[in-house]
Write a protein that binds this ligand. Sequence first.
Ligand code: FAD
Ligand code: SF4
Length: 530
Amino acid sequence: MPNAAKPIKPAKPITPVRHLVLVLGDQLDEAAAAFDEFDPALDAIWMAEVAEESTHIWSSKQRIAIFLSAMRHFAEHLRARGWHVHYTQLDDADNPGTLAGQLHAAIAQLKPVALVMTAPGDWRVLQALKGVAHTTKLLLEIRDDRHFFSTVRDFAQHAKGRKQLRLEYWYRELRHATGILMEGRGADQKPVGGQWNFDHDNRAAFGKNGPGALPPPERFAPDATTQEVMALVNSRFADHPGTITTFGWPVTGEQALVVLQGFITQRLPLFGQYQDAMWEGELWLYHSHLSAALNLKLLNPREVVEAAVAAFESGHAPLAAVEGFVRQILGWREYVRGIYWTQMPSYLDRNALDAQEKLPAFYWTGDTDMACLRDAISQTLSHGYAHHIQRLMVTGLYALLYGVQPQQVHGWYLSVYVDAVEWVELPNVLGMSQFADGGLMASKPYAATGKYIQRMSNHCRGCRFDPGESLGEKACPFTTLYWDFLLRHETLLAKNPRMLMQLKNLTRLTPEKRVALAQAAQAHRAKSAC
Ligand code: FAD
Ligand code: SF4
């Protein structure tokens, strides 16, 4: 596509370059270790937009746009500092379309003495870049990612010798190590409020009046750079999932701080209480919408946690809400990263439940009469966002009960969300949501009937199915598939003490009902697959 107003002008190359600093689309942080000792007179930065990153999985338009726009803004920012940025745009005539191909070309032109980068977030990309260093016989120096509170080495040490990994222990270790929401010193150090976890105060449903009038979160009208990216995405990736007209995500560090501030002021006080609640047509609710900004490194998790803790200390937000929020970032986010890097690459192939079904086609359109799935998928495709419980207990739960092959589920989640980067997406999907790692990440499968969704949302009120029915015309597919799931995996799940209560209910089923449930589940699969 001709590009009349390119925002990023090519800078005069320095040759030979001392260090070529490689910056990936999810490494947009000037404080990253890769920039330590950066000397603008000697060093250069390499950034590349390549088609491979949008096509190795069928990336949604919103996801492609946020990465490209944020990269272009970051490159502009570095250039404004007078740093030499060797930047390839997606539509540049000589773009080879792969990170490896583009890096080879840059090395031939700039003749760097060495390559430097911050550890990437994706195992596949790390292998590709190592491969280039190997064939060009250049040193590739990979520096720790200081963005996180912990290192992968810390996690590996924590995991050493443990048969099972549990978030709670890792989270407590990090609370001790960082002093976040802790009081006292040394051996007397205790969690603020006398307990580690305020889950029992959190996780309420909205009640019949719904979430109330909550102001929408900060969104940003696309500037010239983002508009150019949107046009490019629309022309180059027209057949990719989702729409882009609603794009309003933060694409700079300044914008991300505005979203953070809006969340702390308006949403944090009720974050914990309504963390798991859902409501038809309401996609933002009490969540922070900061995951994409965090994962692209526009925002530092320390600033986010500090802002939340300050809100507690000033009396603006209760401890239960703040602890619940801090646990997501200091706990879960660090935990899944540790799991990813200590388990890859074999983690990608895990399929403990031997699930082999294809992902139903409606995941790419939202075209289904199951109201909860229609709502979660439609907003995902229109905004690249769904909150945690929609991902875990609607789209994830259905795929688990249906028996979709976990790698296909992984492909979908990596494609559609603006915050999807493999280190965080894969353990959440394969481990937490699909139980494909056999219990490494979660102590039991998140399996439930449609009654869970009924309790946490108003979706069932407008649905043609009944969550209380497992057989017949009105049977809720979640409920039918739930019983079928337990029946199919009865022997395997019986080894898990945390499943015994759920499995006990199977004893109430007559042999005829067991057969009827299995047949109904199979009939539903046959219909959904069309
Ligand atoms: P909030 O609810 O406001 O939470 C605050 C922050 O905590 C998030 O921004 C995020 O950085 C962090 N966080 C919360 N839960 C988790 C978690 N389980 N793992 C890691 N960090 C967490 N998160 C991603 O960032 N990228 C993904 O690709 C992704 N895929 C997921 C797939 C599945 C099946 C599930 C169950 C969860 C996934 N998550 C993913 C985790 C979580 O759902 C999102 O981080 C969250 O919904 C993002 O919205 P938010 O920023 O409004 O989060
Ligand atoms: Fe979803 Fe079942 Fe409720 Fe319909 S009845 S909204 S399919 S849980």
